[in-house]
Design a protein around this ligand. Structure first.
Ligand SMILES: NC(=O)c1ccc[n+]([C@@H]2O[C@H](COP(=O)([O-])OP(=O)(O)OC[C@H]3O[C@@H](n4cnc5c(N)ncnc54)[C@H](O)[C@@H]3O)[C@@H](O)[C@H]2O)c1
Length: 335
């Protein structure tokens, strides 16, 4: 094709694009469309929301009902993969996703068979069917450090469910107090392998399926306040470094995956009582008062205090939030 012909074709395409743009807008200069929404970006399938819905309503319409939990926060029909979900924060967040309406939440963890705690939570969730919690918890054994295995887990879920919408990368390890100048290479590598490589492989496993099905998605990487502060008097150089890496991984992946409508955020809890922290608190009970005194609320957190934030991040209530770190630490950072 000659250069002139190429230029003419390009100009023709541009004027067609300009025409279609104008045709669908109220004013060619306004950045908003007829629904008062930005012209760019995919609009929600359930129509206008909030003030826009109120302004569009006519006096003869039937009375409106609240949409915020019915639409924006609802996880109806969504499919999720949650790593480290045999117990602890992963299991807590997996149950929250089912209660939010998710159709299926796949819990991935090391144990070949799920533990008693997981089984009890699975049965509890299944009894919610017919009351709004229509989904189910499933268990799959795997190590987040094995990239091939994690990708296969993602593919299996994709094949079974025909979609993938949510990923929570919660598997993580914290080792004993170890001074940084003596820190053994193997121990450092082991922590990085689970807390950094494993988080990437989990996000890849779900993200590849999100890209395949083209519905966008939300990936939540569980970091920690230890990614941006150092826990006073604790020699945790591997853990702290690994969590900092997760914060940057979320930002980096968010920038690459934005065009695919796949959002990536990190969630950074403060001190919460789980098996991970029990390894310290049960052996050194004085730490409870010390950790509690380090935030303005004067207490450590409960696992269920992450239910709201993970549902918000997983849902359409956070569609403009990506590349962010959400800190839930009782205000630990504020001092
Ligand atoms: N508990 C807290 O105070 C706290 C605070 C900030 C961040 N976090 C983070 O939250 C996440 C969950 O922690 P938790 O407190 O529930 O700990 P936990 O030890 O109770 O749970 C961690 C889970 O990860 C699983 N896991 C470990 N290695 C794995 C691997 N290779 N493959 C698959 N699963 C693996 C474990 O088997 C376990 O079920 C971790 O990433 C942790 O760093 C916890």
């Amino acid at each position: 094709m000659s250069t002139i012909l190429q230029r003419a074709t390009k100009l023709g395409r541009q004027s067609f694009l300009r025409y279609s743009y104008r045709a669908s807008s109220t004013s060619s200069k306004s950045p908003l469309n007829a629904d008062n929404q930005p012209k760019t970006g995919v609009q929600p399938s359930y129509g206008p929301l909030g003030v826009t819905a109120a302004l569009k309503a006519s006096p003869n319409d039937p009375p409106p009902s609240p949409t915020i939990f019915k639409h924006e926060f609802s996880l109806a029909d969504r499919v999720a993969l949650v790593s480290g979900a045999n117990r602890g924060l992963g299991l807590e967040m997996a149950l929250a996703l089912v209660e939010g309406g998710a159709r299926a939440v796949y819990c991935v963890d090391l144990a070949k068979e799920p533990g008693d705690e997981w089984l009890k939570v699975r049965d509890y969730a299944s009894k919610m069917q017919g009351t709004g919690g229509e989904g189910r918890l499933e268990y799959l054994s795997g190590s987040v450090t094995n990239q091939e295995e994690m990708w296969k887990i993602g593919e299996l879920i994709g094949e079974r469910e025909g979609r993938m919408d949510i990923c929570v990368a919660a598997a993580g390890v914290l080792k004993e107090h170890t001074p940084c100048l003596e820190y053994p290479a193997k121990q450092f590598r082991d922590v990085m392998d689970v807390n950094v490589n494993g988080v990437l492989f989990t996000a890849q496993a779900a993200g590849r399926q999100m890209a395949r099905f083209g519905n966008g998605g939300s990936i939540v990487l569980i970091a920690s306040m230890s990614g941006s502060i150092t826990n006073k008097d604790h020699a945790w150089v591997s853990y702290n470094s690994s969590k900092s890496a997760v914060l940057q991984m979320a930002r980096s992946m968010a920038c690459e995956l934005g065009p695919e409508r796949i959002r990536v955020n990190s969630l950074s809890p403060g001190h919460i009582y789980t098996s991970m922290t029990a390894a310290y608190l049960d052996k050194q009970p004085h730490l409870l008062g010390k950790w509690a005194s380090l935030n303005p609320l004067g207490r450590i957190g409960r696992p269920d205090e992450l239910r709201g934030v993970v549902t918000w991040l997983a849902s359409d209530a956070s569609t403009f939030c990506t590349g962010s770190d959400i800190i839930v630490s009782g205000g630990h950072h504020s001092w």
